[in-house]
Design a binder for this molecule. Structure first.
Ligand code: HEM
Length: 375
């Protein structure tokens, strides 16, 4: 390179360098300002529903998310159309009801029933045979009736215990027995619950067929209720046929409650297969009218679960009272379902019309209600 060319190039390079520095000097504060603006904007978050920075998603995307949160259904090509719902908020409601009021009021219901029965026992004592045993036996329930009763009773008790474990087990049993034993008990309990449901359903159906005729309400029941079933005074024995007013309540609670428990239980056992209980709701238009079309099956499952639990707990409370009166609460009652025979004095004190009707029907001998000497 000649000297004259070099003399031209060096100043030109220097000028370029200076221009470059000047440009940098001008742009750096601007870039700095922009980045700090972005940081402060993003730390402030969306304002008034608008996403900062003019990026995609202004108020419109808040609306979209709100719709998704409300269970908006998109479309999927797989058969399970439920998966087209990103968020089914009902699940959170279901969980908070189950873990909140259901568990709280449920425990009060069961504990309250036990406390009331204990108080009743302390204040009233056992309902005794007023005239003592006569020594004459009367057949009250035949072998078929007792078999059906005990099949239903044993199944119900197993269902109740395993159901209670599903609801409260992790709070009550887990800390006592530890995770390994709790896991075995709960998995086993789930199978017991699922399989024992079938003898229970059969038992409820057979009980209904066997006893519905004797459980139609009649005028004697009104007198029975008016006198509190004679339970609160030592010498009161309101008239009754084979089943008194209180027993009819138990019978109908078992028949209708059993049916409803069965329907909701089947809906849970075969998820989304047949929303029997959901359809019943829809038919009755209780919850059916409010069911969003967008969530076929999921809402129904949640309702079935809550209803199954509430009804199960109410049934347990009713049956606790029934077990009390059939064992500790009343002298001579258990024999009716144990051996099938009761003492004639017991029958006359608690079911006088039944004894008279059975003994006056001479064409029925030998039949239930006929006196026989004690063995
Ligand atoms: C240890 C449990 C149970 C005992 C000791 C028991 C005892 C009895 C007794 C003694 C009777 C006959 C009462 C009479 O002679 O009039 C009876 C009847 C009956 N039981 Fe039970 N029972 C038990 C569990 C159950 C269960 C779990 C159910 C149903 C889920 C049930 C449903 C019935 C029904 C519907 C009747 C006829 C109506 C009545 O007498 O109240 N029982 N039970």
């Amino acid at each position: 390179m000649s000297f004259s060319r070099m003399a031209l190039t060096v100043p030109a390079f220097a000028v370029m360098l200076m221009l470059a520095f000047a440009a940098l000097g001008l742009t750096a504060p601007a870039a700095q300002a922009q980045s700090s603006e972005q940081t402060s904007a993003s730390s402030q978050g969306p304002q008034g529903g608008a996403v900062p920075g003019e990026s995609l998603g202004t108020t419109g995307s808040a609306d979209q998310w709100r719709a998704i949160r409300d269970g908006l259904q998109g479309s999927v090509s797989i058969p399970d159309k439920k998966s087209a719902i990103l968020i089914q908020s009902g699940g959170e409601n279901w969980r908070s009801i189950r873990n909140g009021p259901l568990m709280t009021y449920g425990s009060w219901l069961l504990l309250g029933t036990i406390i009331l029965l204990a108080l009743f026992y302390l204040l009233r004592g056992r309902i005794r045979l007023e005239k003592g045993p006569s020594g004459i036996r009367i057949e009250r329930f035949g072998a078929l009736e007792r078999s059906v009763h005990w099949m239903t009773a044993v199944s119900f008790i197993l269902l109740a215990l395993t159901g209670i474990n599903v609801l409260w087990g992790r709070h009550v049993l887990l800390p006592v027995v530890g995770p390994e034993a709790f896991s075995v008990l709960t998995i086993g309990g789930k199978y017991v619950h699922n399989f024992v449901a079938f003898p229970f359903m059969l038992g409820v159906l057979l009980m209904f067929v066997l006893w519905v005729g004797q459980n139609i309400p009649n005028r004697h029941d009104l007198v029975w209720f008016a006198k509190g079933g004679g339970m609160f005074s030592k010498h009161s024995h309101p008239p009754a046929r084979k089943f008194n007013g209180g027993q009819k309540i138990i019978f109908w609670a078992v028949a209708l409650g059993g049916l409803s428990l069965s329907l909701s239980g089947l809906a849970l056992m075969f998820p989304f297969e047949f929303g029997l209980w959901a359809k019943t709701f829809a038919f009755l238009n209780i919850f059916g009218a409010g069911l969003p079309e967008a969530v076929p099956g999921v809402t129904e499952m949640q309702l079935s679960n809550l209803w199954h639990s509430i009804l199960g707990l109410v049934m347990i409370a009713v049956i606790l009272a029934h077990i009390y009166i059939g064992t500790l609460g009343m002298e001579g009652a258990f024999a009716a379902m144990g051996s099938g025979y009761v003492d004639e004095n017991w029958a006359r004190e608690h079911h006088n019309i039944w004894v008279e009707e059975m003994q006056s029907s001479s064409d029925k001998a030998p039949a239930q209600g006929q006196a026989q000497p004690a063995e």
